[in-house]
Ligand binder design. Sequence first.
Ligand SMILES: Nc1nc2c(c(=O)[nH]1)N[C@H]1C(S)=C(S)[C@@H](COP(=O)(O)O)O[C@H]1N2
Ligand SMILES: [Mo]
Length: 248
Amino acid sequence: MILTRRTLLLGATATLAGCDRIARQPLARDILFSADNFHQWAQRTIMARDALAQEFRPEQISPLFRANGTANPNTPAYKALWRSGFADWRLRVDGLVARPLSLSLSQLHALPHREQITRHDCVEGWSAIGKWRGVPLKLLLDGAGLRDRARYIVFHCADDMGGGTAYYESIDLIDAFHPQTILAFALNDRPLSVANGAPLRLRVERQLGYKQAKYLMRIEAVESLLSIGRGKGGFWEDRANYDWYAGI
Ligand SMILES: Nc1nc2c(c(=O)[nH]1)N[C@H]1C(S)=C(S)[C@@H](COP(=O)(O)O)O[C@H]1N2
Ligand SMILES: [Mo]
């Protein structure tokens, strides 16, 4: 394939934005055709909303799944959890839910799993194929009972990125309920290593690496992202202008 899906869509953005009269009005263009909005719209319109990310064969698994960003949260709280083999760790599910949850790792292990061999693409220019096992996010959201007002799911992590700010990310409900969106506790048939996000990380397979939040502590259902961090829905979105919707 000569054109990647992303190149094709970005090309389509330019063509449409250039042709459409409305698109010449700056405000309308910003709202309708910002690369972010258009890319999101195009991916979801051209492809089925529940289209699966490509899955690979076991022989294609990368020998090493490198670590990026935080490789060890190293905070006193995280170290204490690690020392107990994460026996004292709990995942909170709260916010706009009818029944807030607090789940131990063994409770998560007891839930139905999904396994998927997928490719992780980091914006810094590397990829790795890994086999993930985890609990579909949908199961937890159904268990907690999302309230009608909930529109986004926010992931709060354990690592301190400086000044006491933990890494955070968010996705919308289409991705939250996607069948390949899982909370993974195993990589390549082994418990998740600290470097790769122990004890639990998000896999949202149709988006780029920075959306794959590691060291999960809390999942929060919200109506708007404006009250999260600086309002753009993720640590790098807020600081480096990364797209909130990082579809691949
Ligand atoms: N909590 C947390 N999650 C994170 C990051 C991080 O620094 N902290 N880095 C992100 C980035 S940019 C990438 S590419 C992937 C890397 O996952 P890996 O370390 O398992 O390769 O994690 C993402 N999730
Ligand atoms: Mo990344």
